[in-house]
Design a protein around this ligand. Sequence first.
Ligand SMILES: Nc1ncnc2c1ncn2[C@@H]1O[C@H](COP(=O)(O)OP(=O)(O)O)[C@@H](O)[C@H]1O
Ligand SMILES: [Mg+2]
Length: 231
Amino acid sequence: MLEARNLYKLYDTQKNPLEVLKGINLKVGKGEFTAIVGPSGAGKSTLLHILGGLESPTKGEVYFEGINLYNMSEPERAKIRNRKVGFVFQFYHLLPEFNILENVYLAGLVAGFRKRRECQERAKEMLTFLGLQDRLGHRPNELSGGEQQRVAIARALINEPALLLCDEPTGNLDSQMGELVLNYLVDLNRNKGQTIILVTHAEELAEKAQRIVYIKDGTLVRDVPVTKIRA
Ligand SMILES: Nc1ncnc2c1ncn2[C@@H]1O[C@H](COP(=O)(O)OP(=O)(O)O)[C@@H](O)[C@H]1O
Ligand SMILES: [Mg+2]
């Protein structure tokens, strides 16, 4: 479903250029639950953004369902993203001028599969599942970090995306809510065949996945099925 070939990313900062990714090769099959684990600054968020069509690599290609993502115009890529990819960003990126119900259901509307009413109903259901039913009319800045993170999760899932990309999705949740969210991801993967890539610096979270890929200094250093780690 997703294939990265020889990805490089160079940030050309004023003083010294920073090579964040140095030749990443990765294949993720449909229905797989993959975790990418590495220390802070290893390039995890950068890699996830490139895999999801949000940021172009300096070199290399990304194929999503066989299509070269960076060989098309930005509007074409945006169309694929809106319909097929769900992002849970590390720093949420919610729309500050909209309430949380709007933040979630507008993502459904933009994808264009469903009518407004249906998007609103689905958004309400998901926010209720995540314990936010009493906050629907609140704006993101009236919510705690953990609450915003839950909104970001609902928004990413509203279109039942073919590919779900999660960047430290439980980083600001308490352990109980973190567990609920992780179990929800596992359930989506097992029962609905949802393809998931989860990025985290915490290896214990990654063990919910089927496969763990380790990233260090911009290269993948190890790629192991979780059963082998547990054994
Ligand atoms: N837009 C940018 N410009 C310059 N440097 C960046 C930019 N984005 C990220 N970096 C740098 O790239 C490195 C990797 O960042 P990131 O992918 O966010 O790592 P991680 O998610 O693993 O913590 C960091 O050193 C970070 O400071
Ligand atoms: Mg990060």
